[in-house]
Design a protein. Structure first.
Length: 88
């Protein structure tokens, strides 16, 4: 069974193993990045603090060949103007 998310912000991306990755902007207060594995197990990869790491992820994620996930947030960071983030 898949998890119910609070305000998912974009579509998901899929890796070669069938895992899905996405963002939700309100689930943790400042948003999160999540994974749903090929068996349907949900896990949180990152909870944003709302500070310098960002707040309210928006838009889709991209994944590079090394498996890093990249995305953006609407708020947080310098001057509360949002950030570009990378998860390893």
């Amino acid at each position: 069974m898949l998890a119910v998310l609070d305000d998912p912000t974009a579509g998901v991306i899929r890796d070669s193993a069938g895992n899905l990755y996405g963002t939700s902007k309100l689930s943790s207060g400042a948003g999160l990045v999540y994974k749903v594995d090929a068996s349907g197990n949900y896990s949180v990869l990152y909870n944003f603090s709302g500070g310098t790491d960002g707040n309210a992820p928006i838009g889709g994620l991209i994944r590079d060949a090394a498996g890093h996930l990249y995305g953006t947030t609407s708020y947080g960071g310098t001057n509360n103007s949002g950030v570009v983030f990378r998860l390893q």
